[in-house]
Design a protein around this ligand. Structure first.
Ligand SMILES: Cc1cc2nc3c(=O)[nH]c(=O)nc-3n(C[C@H](O)[C@H](O)[C@H](O)COP(=O)(O)OP(=O)(O)OC[C@H]3O[C@@H](n4cnc5c(N)ncnc54)[C@H](O)[C@@H]3O)c2cc1C
Length: 429
């Protein structure tokens, strides 16, 4: 097997995405927990320092952005690694441009798997291109916390990093063009985050857009459509991701080069002898989606029996504090599909565990039931461990467990997931 990689073996997640960002979040949450000691467990005063965070990301997460360990793991299993830019040149053929150091031509007996991921989507705001803005890559490599930071985009990546830098002392403003934070999530999630962020001193501006961006050598100026002008030392662009499909030679195997994502069937087949997986197929930009797809392709290539790709129970977690976990359809998406719905929301603070937890107990459980089938088609779990509580909801949506059976099961007392039982109890039939 040949693997072609133009940058770092392992992709975005271990070097610039999930892993280092979750290390930052872990550190930021420790500071938040220290702040919660007062009034509940005595007195504590934490002095934030970014040095151990930057060091941990450099040394433990990314090996100083060196992929030797990952590359050795791949070649140790018998893979042949080709470093350079890969381009399909016809059925079963890939040319690897070794960036000025020659060209390799690979011929596949079984097939080609395209897994080129995404890059940050940079909005065409006048002035922006001429400024030294951050994307997730610069934010992850930050060796100091800026005194002030504007985050353009209030989706999962923007919200997570905004809270991290705020907890380490930056004055943070989030600008989100849509009406709420984490727009793909339930409205309650965006409202909750806006309230929590506001109480933590983050300036959240929703429904506003930037019209001009400048940099004077020291800091950024961001003009808003309403006429207001904001300033900050750093600017993080977190306005979404764009599939890496340019110059891959897709047309040589009959794949539409102008499509936003690569169309695939349930076995991830994009063309005869060509599979596509991960962010580029447009079913959610998550590491677990990419590895899920990989399992399907491996089974297909090896001729093993396996269920084709299903997307009715895709879980996702925004690792803010509170965490926002969600699975399946939102209420609005389910309504668009014409389902007869039963909706129920329970509040974490009024659950037994939430009441015990007290400081930092913000959150809720929202369930979306398709009454016609008597099953959950979507759920949101926001709270201190919202991403963990999500697991049982993911199972319920995935396996289409009847709501009646969910009501009949036993929920350990006093856990956060008992708020699921509260929501089920309050759900009208
Ligand atoms: C800040 C941040 C936080 C995130 N947090 C999470 C999280 O908590 N949980 C989660 O599930 N997801 C998270 N994600 C998303 C996750 O990182 C991506 O969904 C995941 O990395 C996508 O995997 P992939 O296999 O599709 O592609 P990628 O990981 O993007 O890998 C694609 C690889 O292909 C290479 N490549 C591209 N074109 C070529 C070419 N022509 N030739 C050779 N090589 C090429 C690239 O260099 C790259 O290494 C986060 C992302 C960011 C930015």
């Amino acid at each position: 097997m040949a693997g072609v990689e133009s940058r770092l073996v392992g992709g975005e997640c271990p070097y610039f995405g999930c892993v280092p960002s979750k290390m930052m979040i872990r550190a930021a949450n420790l500071l938040a927990e220290a702040g919660r000691v007062n009034g509940m467990a005595g007195r504590a005063q934490a002095e934030p320092s970014w040095d151990p965070v930057a060091r941990r990301i450099r040394d433990e997460a990314t090996d100083n952005w060196n992929d030797t360990v990952a590359a050795d793991r791949f070649t140790g299993k018998g893979g042949h690694l080709f470093r350079g830019n890969g381009r399909i040149t016809g059925p079963g053929e890939v040319r690897v441009d070794r960036k000025g150091d020659g060209v390799d031509v690979l011929r596949a007996r079984r097939g080609i798997v395209i897994n080129t991921g995404t890059v940050p989507a940079i909005p065409p705001i006048p002035g922006l291109a001429e400024t030294p803005y951050w994307t997730n890559r610069e934010a992850i490599q930050a060796t100091r916390v800026p005194e002030s930071l504007i985050v353009l985009g209030g989706g999962a990546i923007g919200a997570e990093l905004a809270q991290v830098f705020a907890r380490f002392g930056a004055r943070v403003t989030i600008i989100e063009a849509l009406g709420r934070l984490v727009p793909p999530e339930e409205p309650e999630a965006g409202e909750l985050l806006a309230a929590v962020f506001g109480s933590q001193g983050i300036d959240v501006r929703t429904g506003v857009s930037a019209t001009h961006i400048s940099h004077d050598g020291v800091g950024f100026g961001v003009k808003l459509a309403e006429g207001e002008a904001l300033t900050a030392i750093e600017l993080l662009i977190a306005t979404g991701r764009k599939a890496n499909l340019a110059d891959l030679g897709l047309e040589t195997v009959g794949i539409d080069v102008n499509a936003r994502f690569v169309p695939v069937d349930e076995r991830m087949r994009a063309a005869p002898g060509v599979w596509a997986i991960g962010d580029i197929v447009g079913h959610g930009a998550f590491t677990h989606m990419s590895t899920y797809h990989a399992g399907i392709v491996i089974a297909d290539i090896l001729g093993e029996q396996r269920h084709g790709a299903e997307y009715h129970a895709v879980p996702k977690v925004t690792f803010t504090d509170p965490e926002i976990g969600s699975v399946g359809l939102t209420e609005a998406q389910a309504r668009e599909q014409g389902m007869d719905l039963r909706i129920s929301v329970s509040q974490i603070p009024s659950s037994a565990r939430g009441w015990i937890h007290k400081a930092g107990n913000d959150g809720f459980i929202k369930l979306v039931q398709d009454a016609g089938r008597g099953i959950l088609v979507g759920a949101t779990s926001a709270g201190p461990v919202g991403g963990e509580v999500l697991s049982m909801l993911t199972l319920a949506v995935h396996a289409r467990v009847p709501v009646q059976r969910l009501r009949e099961m036993i929920y350990a007392y006093p856990t956060f997931h008992r708020a699921v039982e509260d929501a089920l109890r309050d759900m009208t039939d």
